[in-house]
Design a protein around this ligand. Structure first.
Ligand code: PMT
Length: 402
C-alpha cells in the first residue's frame, strides 16, 4: 500500500520522538517517500540531522530559514503529500490544529494541507483525558482528521494509562490500513474473523481449552484490514495485540463467541472462522476451586456446545462463509464433510500434526477445498501469506457470485 506514497511526517515535542525515527525507517522500507517537519520543541529531543539521514531528505524546521528546499515551504509540502502523519502529536499541536492556528512551519503546513491527515496523540494520561484535549480530538475528527488512538501502558512520566505512542510497526499498519480504505481491493466489505481458542470453565481457576494462539485468525484479520475491509475480530484469549484498524470483541466461551457472531452476521459480507472452538463444555461449573479429594479420578461431565459455523451456515444469505478444519487424520474426507454439514463456500484444511502447520506456529500448510470438490494445495508458508491467498480466493468467489 505504501509503495510510492508521499508522506509528510510532522514530529512534535514529546519523549516519544525517538520512535518517530524508527517510523520513518519503516515507512521507507515499505516504499514510501518521507519528508519530515519538526517543531522547535521536537528538536530538543532528537536533532534534524537524524531525521535527515533516516528519511534521505532535508528536514523542514522553520518558516524563516534561508536554505529552504522549496520556494514557499509550507505550501509546497502541503501540495506534495499524499498524506500527513503527525507522530507523536502533543496536546499542543492538537489544540492548535483544532483552533486553526498557524504559528510555526508544522501548524501552517497542516492548515494548508490538501491531503488527508492522520494524528497519533502521545502525552501524559491526564493531558490526554482532559476534556479540552478530548474536545479538540473530537473536533478534528469532525473535520476529517483520522486519529490513531494512543496505546495504554507505562508512560515516561511514571504513570500508567492511555497516552503512549503506539509502536512504529503498529503505526505503519495503521497508515497502510488508512490507504487501503481508500484504494484496497476489499474496501467497502465487512469481514468477520474469529480467532484463537475458546475456553470453558470448570471452576474459577480451571478451564478446558486448546492450543490455538490466534496467529492464523489475527493474520487474516490484519491482511483483510490492510486490503481495506472493515474487519470485526471475535477472539478468544490470545497474547497477540489487536491488529491496527481492526475492531475486536474479546470472548472466552463458545457461547460468548456464538452470541457475538450471531449479532454481527447479518451485516457481514464475508465470514472467516479460524477460531478453534470448544465442542464441549463442563455441565456444572463449580463456584469454588475444586479441592483435591482422596479418589484417584475426577469425572467432569461435558455437554455439547453449539456449532457456531453450522448455525451461521443455516442463516447464510449473501455472505461468503469460510471455515477452517483442524485435523489429525483423514484431512480431506473430514474437511469435505464439514463443508457440506456447515453449508460453507470453502474450507481451509490443515493437518495440525505436520511440522510448521497448525497451532502456535508462524507458518501453516493448508488446502483450500470447495463444495464442488475443487482442491488447491499450498506449500508451507507464513500465516500472513496463507491469509492473503485465502482473501484472494474469497474475492474470486465474490466475483463469481455477482
Ligand atoms: O491460532 P493458531 O495457533 O494460529 O492455530 C491455527 C488453527 C490451527 C487454530 C487454525 O488454522 C484452524 O485450523 N482453526 C480451526 C480449528 C477448529 O476448531 O477446527 P474444527 O475442525 O474443530 O472446526 C471446523 C470449523 O468449525 C472451524 O472453522 C471452527 O471455527 C468451527 N466450529 C467448530 C466447532 C464449533 N462448536 N463451532 C464452530 O464454529
Amino acid at each position: 500500500m505504501l509503495q510510492g506514497k508521499k508522506i509528510v511526517l510532522g514530529v512534535t515535542g514529546g519523549i516519544a520522538v525517538y520512535k518517530a525515527v524508527d517510523l520513518v525507517s519503516r515507512l521507507r522500507k515499505q516504499g514510501a517517500e518521507v519528508r519530515v517537519v519538526m517543531t522547535e520543541h521536537a528538536q530538543e529531543f532528537v536533532t534534524p540531522l537524524t531525521f535527515k539521514e533516516i528519511s534521505g531528505n532535508q528536514v523542514a524546521v522553520s518558516m524563516w530559514t534561508s536554505n529552504q528546499e522549496f520556494n514557499v515551504e509550507h505550501i509546497s509540502l502541503a501540495n506534495w503529500a499524499d498524506a500527513f502523519v503527525v507522530a507523536p502529536a502533543t496536546a499542543n499541536i492538537l489544540a492548535k490544529m483544532a483552533c486553526g492556528l498557524a504559528d510555526d512551519l508544522l501548524s501552517t503546513t497542516l492548515l494548508a494541507a490538501q491531503a488527508p491527515i492522520i494524528v497519533c496523540p502521545a502525552m501524559n494520561t491526564g493531558m490526554y483525558e482532559n476534556a479540552i484535549t478530548q474536545e479538540n480530538i473530537a473536533k478534528l475528527m469532525q473535520h476529517g482528521v483520522t486519529v490513531m488512538p494512543p496505546a495504554v501502558g507505562h508512560l515516561a512520566c511514571g504513570t500508567t494509562g492511555a497516552g503512549r505512542l503506539p509502536e512504529p510497526e503498529e503505526i505503519v499498519h495503521f497508515i497502510n490500513g488508512f490507504f487501503a480504505q481508500c484504494t484496497g481491493d476489499m474496501r467497502g466489505l465487512r469481514v468477520l474473523v474469529t480467532a484463537a481458542g475458546t475456553r470453558e470453565p470448570i471452576d474459577p481457576v480451571r478451564f478446558v481449552g486448546n492450543r490455538s494462539s490466534g496467529k492464523m485468525g489475527y493474520a487474516v484479520a490484519q491482511q483483510a484490514a490492510e486490503r481495506g475491509a472493515e474487519v470485526l475480530l471475535v477472539t478468544g484469549p490470545s497474547a497477540l495485540p489487536i491488529p491496527a484498524n481492526v475492531k475486536a470483541i474479546k470472548v472466552e466461551t463458545t457461547k460468548e463467541m456464538l452470541d457475538a457472531c450471531l449479532e454481527a452476521f447479518g451485516s457481514m459480507d464475508v465470514v472467516i472462522k479460524a477460531a478453534a472452538v470448544a465442542d464441549y463444555r463442563p455441565r456444572d461449573v463449580a463456584d469454588q476451586k475444586i479441592k483435591k479429594k482422596t479418589d484417584d479420578a475426577l469425572t467432569v461431565v461435558m455437554d455439547k456446545n453449539p456449532d457456531i459455523l453450522k448455525e451461521l451456515g443455516s442463516r447464510k444469505e449473501k455472505q461468503i462463509l469460510v471455515g477452517f478444519a483442524a485435523e489429525t487424520q483423514n484431512l480431506l474426507a473430514n474437511a469435505k464433510e464439514k463443508i457440506i454439514k456447515k453449508n460453507l463456500d470453502m474450507i481451509v484444511a490443515n493437518d495440525v500434526t505436520a511440522a510448521g502447520a497448525g497451532f502456535n506456529t508462524d507458518t501453516n500448510i493448508v488446502k483450500f477445498l470447495y463444495p464442488d470438490g475443487k482442491l488447491r494445495s499450498l506449500e508451507q508458508m507464513p500465516k500472513t501469506e496463507v491469509a492473503n491467498l485465502l482473501l484472494d480466493a474469497v474475492m474470486e468467489m465474490r466475483q463469481q457470485k455477482m
